[in-house]
Design a protein around this ligand. Structure first.
Ligand SMILES: Cc1ncc(COP(=O)(O)O)c(C=O)c1O
Length: 365
């Protein structure tokens, strides 16, 4: 049995006729950038998250960049985030010229530890970017409260958590701004790059939309230095089909995650911990084991693909050498990055495939 890590093919096969028809419609219309497909998607995104505004954009990275630009965050400013995330989170901070300040993670959730936040806040701190890693929102109430106390902004990096909820509210609508990614392998993915920014603030929404279109409010009248951050209509058309089935896919992901958790709980690995006041969309289903590399190679031999998200903490990356951190600065992040590994996860992972994965893990000790 060959198990795919993420089964994009099964999903495409299921909705192929509808997707092909919508993509062909865009080709016929020749409206390739923004336009009615993008507006329709933004409508669905606001309905889904109950956020007042959704601004579709070119990627999750650009969503983060736009959020930072909308708050005029720049050189001399500091932005707090986690060292245990995909590089794009901190990359966006560096791209606007600000300084990324890392705060270690909680060992159970792998999300930023709110108890360590205040000691890193300085007069230069402008924002906090908590990442809802693997699909589970961070401790947003605690983080929002601290941010309010110091008058700083909270930008949720929800690039892995679109579809998850926190105390009944949807991820990406849990703070001043939420950002997500529609990269193909994300829970809601398109067939190229795409993303979105969410806010309930009218002024901010207008600025975000303008920034994503070269700072242009009217044709060839540029209010700000912006970026080419627009979403193309083909990607929006694909998402407009996929979003109809998304709730159902999220339920399937939750069920598979819960089944994995139940059957792996005394197997020698550490399954993900999900708070009972929030849900995860399991963008990744990630477990920990002291002999992670041996376990991974045993699974790979049995035809089970695995991946490591993420093997090196950001403070140990060459790209961030200028920040002056050293090994040992974020012990939890370093420990988790040496033990973590992700298992196959998709709404279309069959029980038979799940059983084979679980059996191989249980036999490893
Ligand atoms: C946590 C996180 N932040 C940001 C991004 C960047 O998103 P994108 O690949 O759409 O630019 C990703 C996705 O890869 C991510 O996982």
């Amino acid at each position: 049995m060959k198990i795919p890590f993420i089964d994009l093919k099964a999903q495409y096969e299921l909705h192929k006729d509808e997707i092909n028809k919508e993509v062909l419609g865009v080709l016929e219309s020749t409206q390739f950038i923004l336009g009615p497909q993008v507006s329709k998607l933004e409508n669905s995104l606001t309905n889904f998250t109950s956020s007042k505004h959704a601004i579709a954009c070119s990627s999750g990275t650009d969503a983060l960049l736009l959020a930072l630009m909308a708050f005029d965050i720049k050189a001399g400013d500091e932005v707090i985030t986690t060292p245990f995330t995909f590089i794009a989170t901190a990359e966006a901070i560096s791209l606007v010229g600000a300084t990324a300040v890392f705060v270690d993670i909680n060992e159970k959730t792998y999300n930023i530890d709110p108890n360590l936040l205040e000691e890193k806040i300085t007069p230069k701190t402008r924002a906090i970017i908590p990442v809802s890693l693997y699909g589970q929102p961070s401790d947003m109430d605690e983080i929002n409260l601290i941010a309010k106390k110091y008058g700083i902004t909270v930008i949720e990096d929800g690039c892995q958590s679109f579809g998850a909820s926190y105390k009944g509210k949807k991820s990406c609508n849990l703070s001043d701004i939420g950002c997500t990614s529609f990269f193909p392998s994300k829970p809601l993915g398109c067939y190229g790059d795409g993303g979105a920014v969410f806010t309930n603030d009218d002024i901010l929404a207008k600025k975000l939309r303008t920034l994503a279109n070269h700072g242009q409010e009217e044709r060839y009248k540029h209010k700000y230095i912006g970026i080419n951050g627009r979403l193309d209509a083909i990607q929006a058309a694909i998402l407009n089909v996929k979003i109809k089935y998304f709730k159902n896919e999220v339920t399937k992901r939750e069920k598979i995650g819960a089944r994995y958790n139940e059957l792996l709980k005394d197997s020698g690995v550490i399954p993900p911990f999900i708070h009972n006041n929030r849900t995860s969309v399991f963008a990744q289903y990630s477990i920990r084991h002291k002999n992670r590399d041996d376990l991974a190679s045993k699974l790979n031999q049995a035809g089970i693909p695995t991946a490591v998200h993420y093997p090196i903490s950001l403070h140990q990356q060459e790209a961030f050498a200028n920040l002056g951190y050293k090994t040992g600065d974020f012990p939890v992040s370093e420990k988790v990055s040496s033990e973590i590994m992700s298992l196959p996860m998709s709404p279309y992972l069959t029980k038979e495939q799940q059983n084979l994965i679980i059996e191989n893990i249980r036999n490893f000790s």
